[in-house]
Design a protein around this ligand. Sequence first.
Ligand code: UDP
Length: 329
Amino acid sequence: MDKQRILITGGAGFLGSHLCDRFIKEGFEVIAMDNLITGDLRNIEHLFKLKAFEFYNHDVSKFVHVPGALHYILHFASPASPIDYLKIPIQTLKVGSLGIHNLLGLARAKKSRIMIASTSEVYGDPTVHPQPEEYYGNVNSVGPRGVYDEAKRFQEAMTMAYHTYHNLETRIIRIFNTYGPRMRLNDGRVLPAFIGQALRGEDLTIFGDGSQTRSFCYVDDLVEGIYRLLLSDYVLPMNIGNPSEITIKEFAEEIIKLTGTTQKIIYQPLPKDDPKQRQPDITKARKILNWEPKVSRAEGLKITYEYFKSLPKEVLYHRDHKNFDGFIR
Ligand code: UDP
């Protein structure tokens, strides 16, 4: 049998690059596509020498063409941190709407199975806790997170419509907070923010009083969940995340302990519409995929810290989002 070919959009990003690694390891031919707005070629540099790997520098909001057979498509291209959506709101909306339309069209033409990366953000600032897939969410469409949340909600609707009307094989994963090596140090998300601050000898910035909660999943666990969902026959949205929930204040204390920093915690205003609590209900993933996370936060954070420590100094001190601070609060 010919090798299975898979297109991974956002292939140079944090999750996309780990997916490229996984599918190469599983014996697939991998095509990574990225416009490198938030992705970084350093994440996939090690794959360029492989025959089974190709890279297309392309924006999926424009017509997408891939020659040859294509068995699977993973749509993982999108800015994915609150600071990124603030910086590039239109691109965020376009990749989730025009981008998914192009890729669904490609999937139809190639008869590929397509999975889209959705998000816990579709639940907004949730009033149901933990969040099961049936919860419809509490989203402010015109708030700062609206461009991401609504693009992802549209993307789910579009994907289901192609499934229903065109019989396309589709999968929808709702990803909760995920961390690990290759996160962008300066993308504004809490884990790179805290570790970066500790490494630079700065105080750790907690937004609000730190009582808001998140549940952090190590990237290898997420990738395993994605792999199993893609190969399953489940078409409705499925949560994949780690239910181990923690307040941001406790999280800051864990990072202080891990890094041994002598800096203190400082408090800054809470950004608008920042969800107060978040924890995935993973009953479905457990039952249908026989999946649950295996990597504890202590283990995962240690690996991630080692990665950030190994980065060159200029990366540690490079802050392209400095000027956007004022917009989010
Ligand atoms: N956060 C914080 N300090 C930072 C960056 C983020 O306290 O320097 C908070 C943020 O307000 C949110 C939580 O950490 O409550 C997680 O933020 P992140 O941007 O990582 O992801 P999301 O809000 O999308 O879950």
